[in-house]
Design a protein around this ligand. Structure first.
Ligand SMILES: N[C@@H](CCC(=O)N[C@@H](CS)C(=O)NCC(=O)O)C(=O)O
Length: 310
C-alpha cells in the first residue's frame, strides 16, 4: 500500500494526512425514534483489535456488560489494498461469511467508493451499516442498550459532557490523529508540525494527570478511553513506526501510571492484543516498513506493574 492510498484532501499539497469523514452517521436509540430501536441481538460490531478507533468500542461494549447483547466479529490485522478482511480462520464473519468488510459498505450503499474503515455498527434487521463513526458508536453503547446492559456505568455523564467534548477535541487533534499525521506525512514540514503537536500535548496531559486521577472529573469517562487507546499503542508502535520518538509513555510518570491503571481494570486487558496491534501497523503500511519486519521490543513494557494511583 502506498501513501497515496490514504485519503489526501486539499491539504495534500502540504504533505499532510487527512482522515476521511465517516459516511454512516445513523443512531440506535432506546426509544426507537431514530428508526433503529435498541434490541438485544439485533446489532453487530465489526472491529479490528489492532485499530484504536475500534478498540474503544470494544472497551465500552465490555464495560457496559453488552457482550451478549451486541455481537462482534474481528477483522484480520493485516490489511492490503482490498481493505479489511476476514481470513476465514480466527477472524470470521459469522453473519454472512463475507471475505471483506467492503461487502458491508456495498450492501449499505452500492455506490460507496471511499475507504472501508473499522469500526462498523451493523444492523442485522435492515441489513445495513448504522454507523462507521467510533465517537458516535461509543455514545450509543454508553446508554441506548441500558435495558439489557449495566446502566450503573455511565462514561458520558450529562453534567460533564461539555468538558468531555472539549478534552476529546484536544486529544483527537493532538494525540489520536496527530500520531497518524506524523506517520503519514509526506514532507518534513508536515511531519515536524505533527510531531510538535504530539510532544506539546503529552507533557501537558502528563501534568493534568499528575493533578487529577482522570481527565474529566473524578470518574472514568469516554475522554479517558479516547486517550488511552493511543497511549497503550504508543511505545510499541507510534514511537518507532510513526517516528514519534521524542519520548516514550514510560518516560511520563503520570501518563504511564494512568495507562497501567486503566489497563488493569476488570475486562480491559483482554481487549488488548499487542500481537495484533504490532502486526497490523508494521505489516500493513509498506511505505513506512516495506520489509514488514516487526520490531521485537520494547522489552520493559509491563502493563501489570502496580500503578500506584489513587
Ligand atoms: N472516524 C473513524 C476512523 C476510523 C479509522 O480511520 N479506522 C482505520 C483503522 S485504525 C481504518 O479502518 N482505516 C482503513 C483504511 O484507511 O483503509 C472512526 O473513528 O470510527
Amino acid at each position: 500500500m502506498t501513501a497515496r492510498s490514504f485519503q489526501l484532501g486539499a491539504e495534500a499539497t502540504r504533505g499532510e494526512f487527512v482522515r476521511q469523514q465517516s459516511r454512516f452517521r445513523d443512531w440506535v436509540t432506546a426509544d426507537g425514534s431514530s428508526g433503529f430501536p435498541a434490541e438485544p441481538g439485533r446489532y453487530h460490531l465489526y472491529v479490528a483489535l489492532a485499530c484504536p478507533w475500534s478498540h474503544r468500542t470494544v472497551i465500552v461494549r465490555q464495560l457496559k456488560g453488552l457482550s451478549d447483547v451486541v455481537g462482534v466479529s474481528y477483522l484480520h490485522p493485516y490489511r492490503d489494498e482490498r481493505g479489511w478482511a476476514f481470513d476465514g480462520d480466527e477472524c470470521v464473519d459469522e453473519l454472512h461469511g463475507w471475505e471483506f468488510l467492503s461487502a458491508a459498505y456495498l450492501a449499505s450503499d452500492p455506490t460507496y467508493e471511499a475507504r472501508v474503515s473499522v469500526p462498523v455498527l451493523w444492523d442485522r434487521d435492515t441489513g445495513r451499516i448504522v454507523s462507521n463513526e467510533s465517537a458516535d458508536i461509543v455514545r450509543m453503547l454508553n446508554c441506548e442498550w441500558d435495558e439489557w446492559g449495566d446502566a450503573s456505568v455511565d462514561l458520558y455523564p450529562e453534567e460533564l459532557r461539555p468538558e468531555i467534548d472539549s478534552v476529546n477535541e484536544y486529544v483527537y487533534a493532538n494525540v489520536n490523529n496527530a500520531v497518524y499525521m506524523a506517520g503519514f506525512s509526506e514532507t518534513q514540514k508536515a511531519y515536524d508540525r505533527a510531531y510538535r503537536r504530539v510532544f506539546d500535548a503529552l507533557p501537558a496531559l502528563d501534568a493534568r494527570l499528575g493533578d487529577s486521577r482522570y481527565l474529566v472529573g473524578d470518574t472514568i469517562t469516554l475522554a479517558d478511553w479516547r486517550l488511552w487507546v493511543t497511549l497503550v499503542r504508543f511505545d510499541s508502535v507510534y514511537h518507532t513506526h510513526f517516528r514519534c520518538n521524542g519520548a516514550r509513555i514510560v518516560d511520563f510518570p503520570a501518563l504511564w501510571g494512568y495507562t497501567r491503571e486503566l489497563y488493569q481494570l476488570p475486562g480491559v486487558a483482554e481487549t488488548v492484543s499487542m500481537e495484533q496491534i504490532k502486526r497490523h501497523y508494521y505489516t500493513t503500511h509498506d511505505m513506512l516498513n516495506p520489509k514488514r519486519i516487526i520490531p521485537a521490543g520494547p522489552e520493559d513494557l509491563d502493563f501489570w506493574e502496580p500503578h500506584g494511583r489513587g
